[in-house]
Design a binder for this molecule. Sequence first.
Ligand SMILES: [Zn+2]
Length: 465
Amino acid sequence: MKIILCFVIIASVAKTNAEYKNYLGYKLYKAVPTSEDHVNLLLKIQNSGIGEFWTDYYRVGDDVRIMVSPKNEESFLSQLKESKLEAKSIFEDLQQIIDTQNPPANVRNVRSTESFHSMTWDRYYDLEAINTWLDELAAAYPKVVTTVVMGTSVENREIKGIKIDYHPEQTDKKIGFLEGTLHAREWISPATITWIVKEFLTSTDSDVRAFAENLEWHVFPVVNPDGYVYTFTDHRLWRKNRSQANFTTCATNVNDDMSNGVDLNRNFDFVWMTVGASNDPCSNTFAGPSAASEPETRAIQQYMTNLSNHGEIIYYLSFHSYTQLFIVPYSHITTNQVLTANNYANMYEIAIRSAEKVSQRYGTHYRVGISAEVLYPMSGSSFDWVKNHTDAKVSFLIELRDLGEFGFLLPASQIIPNNLEVMDGLIEMDKTTKKLGYYHSRSGSSTILQSVIVVLLGLFVSIVL
Ligand SMILES: [Zn+2]
């Protein structure tokens, strides 16, 4: 019996190890192409499967991060040497970085005082834990928090979020939307959004209270639930959703799994497949077979269409990582076309002020601009679609920490510093948005009411006298 039990345990451990993609001995290289020849060489390396790239798009002068297996290292380095492209190894063993990124629950930092219901911010949480936490909030704040399911994913998981509404009686709705984890491997995204929710519900700071209470908030920490689950069970660096509808054999992937997903941030129905997107299912930026082909995309589009009929959308914030950017719409245009977006100049000013504020706490530098300037041109992204379709007053894609030192594998110890500085930036964003006249705070209207009462009282006193 003992032998059988032992066999079962060994078998199950072996199964887990076999399923989870292992990066043992993989190195992460950094390279900066300085010529078109270098760019072409990188494309060749990517297409041949010798390296897996963290960067979706590269050009002369841009930093590129490339993961290389022990098996391919020699060939990788000799090709680089031949073309005189220098590369520096940043991590000697990627699996070790993956293993240490997220401390297990039993070695949680007990000194951490930052917890709220079952959530802390000293580690990353899986989908089930995040969804359970949302339920806890709805139970604890029944007058303010309601859980919402916006739709289901390819694998039939709920896309779950919450509505936070301090003024359900209000008919003139101003709406804010927080979108997390459109890309599965960007774990800092839901860890940031859950913190913002905690602040909305608990902070006593008057600016945070105004930010939380002046708007009706719709918050979805994980809009790509299948991909997110997959990063915990199978492949830490998975980016796309888990659609298997476009399966084809990909030379770049030993498990031949690369084509089983669509890049949701290329799938939205706005200038779809025009630039910075791929029609190759083996690519990490595969835009899907048609615009809005994916149920996750359609759920967001439908939800935002409904919201725009229900009130005025002030904020749409899409949280990604990494590169430290505030990206302003639109992503398919060039620098001399920036005025294509309504109120571009104001959005830019709001983003600049937010970025300045972010940097004040720890000196973390965020850049600001349209995607073509600060990242690369792209099309079919959610925040661009929302800007175009609903005219959300402030629609940003925010690329969180870091600049590539750890990239997607940002250590859990950086969650709280990241969250604190981002919250500073968002409060500044809200102050600037209000200052520019995009909405008046409810406390502002009560001040007007108070002034009217004072004037009337003054009149009454003068008449009596
Ligand atoms: Zn992303």
